[in-house]
Design a protein around this ligand. Sequence first.
Ligand code: NAD
Ligand code: MG
Length: 396
Amino acid sequence: MRRLSIFGSTGSVGTQTVDLILRAGGASAYRVVALTGGRNIALLAQQARQLRAEIAVTADPALLGPLREALAGSGVEAAAGPEALNEAASRPADWVMSAIVGAAGLLPGLRAAQSGAVLALANKESLVAAGKLLMRTAKASGCRILPVDSEHSAIFQALAGESLERVDRIILTASGGALRDWPLERLAAARVEDALAHPNWSMGRRITIDSASMFNKALEVIEAHEFFGLAPGQIEVIIHRESIVHSMVGFCDGAIMAHMGSPDMRHPIGYALNWPERLPLPIARLDLAAMGRLTFEAPDETRFPALRLAREVMAAGGLAGAAFNAAKEVALDHFLEGRIGFMDMAAVVEDTLDRLSSGSGLQIDAGGLEDVLAMDHLARVRAAEAARARDGMTGR
Ligand code: NAD
Ligand code: MG
């Protein structure tokens, strides 16, 4: 029986992964090693009982007691805190889903990569912050990383049987997010609720806001650069409102392979779960005639500066990705707490990158774990300063 672990099993990607595993027979089809979550102890315990997991881990040490209580009599081991997460990631498994949100997913993902498991990677932040390190670690252990982000899964599928040397470019599609039609003057005053109203995808809160600011697409451009090893100039972004084309690959002979389907994360999750086979999945079939047409338009970088920042980060290389991701997470926290405006998020990230590139330098190509964590920490401090400065400026 295949041994599986899911990091972030209580989140949007995590619950959809559990759904597919249950449909495929749950504990009678797979041996579930570790399930991990944040503060939703009731859900974590329910999943662990249902899938007869070996261990359930909450990220919050203060919740160990409640987790133990919720698991009493189940035979499932309970643990808590970042160290326990890393320990769970070191337990032998054949397939590991990395679906924690943010830089917190980096260490468990790296541990899983070291163990040589197949790593289904939803946590794009780990590729942005430490792409070289993660790819190097996976290569050394024989770990196969499968992208779960829908765009990257689409590209991965379009590349099956092809050679990367024959690729001209990849075209990442973007829905444009909840605020895609808002003029610049209005964007500055956008509230959290406005940014949460995503037109096509139902996702976690943080990625939904990132989608509205296009920071999600900016992370995905860097993710594609790190994962597929393509040059920054080969990665394009196009706004595609319908979210039916999940991304495209353009080849040297002028052909473009587009991957299409309903916007349902269970497709890329299921593809990674069943890989290298393609098995039936419970995804709504497209009715193209009913849809009528698909549209494409260029992104507007004045309203959404995140894409420009992503190109600067790729040009800088080194630890710039770690700084970018950390600064973005801090800016997002400040926006969620109502302390800075929507457009301030990009300004905070840009200020942070500017300040760090004139100081110790982002370009050092060290890229060991210590360097990545040190840069992550430094960028968080700088970004918090930049956010406080904006807070004062806007008088919120
Ligand atoms: P989510 O917020 O719904 O779930 C995140 C999971 O991580 C939860 O289980 C939560 O408890 C856990 N978690 C949060 N903070 C943690 C911490 N500090 N330590 C340990 N665990 C923590 O997020 P999501 O939307 O499922 O996204 C997960 C990852 O997948 C992100 O990297 C996101 O960018 C990526 N992704 C998500 C989607 C989607 O449709 N939701 C699509 C593509 C990529
Ligand atoms: Mg995506």
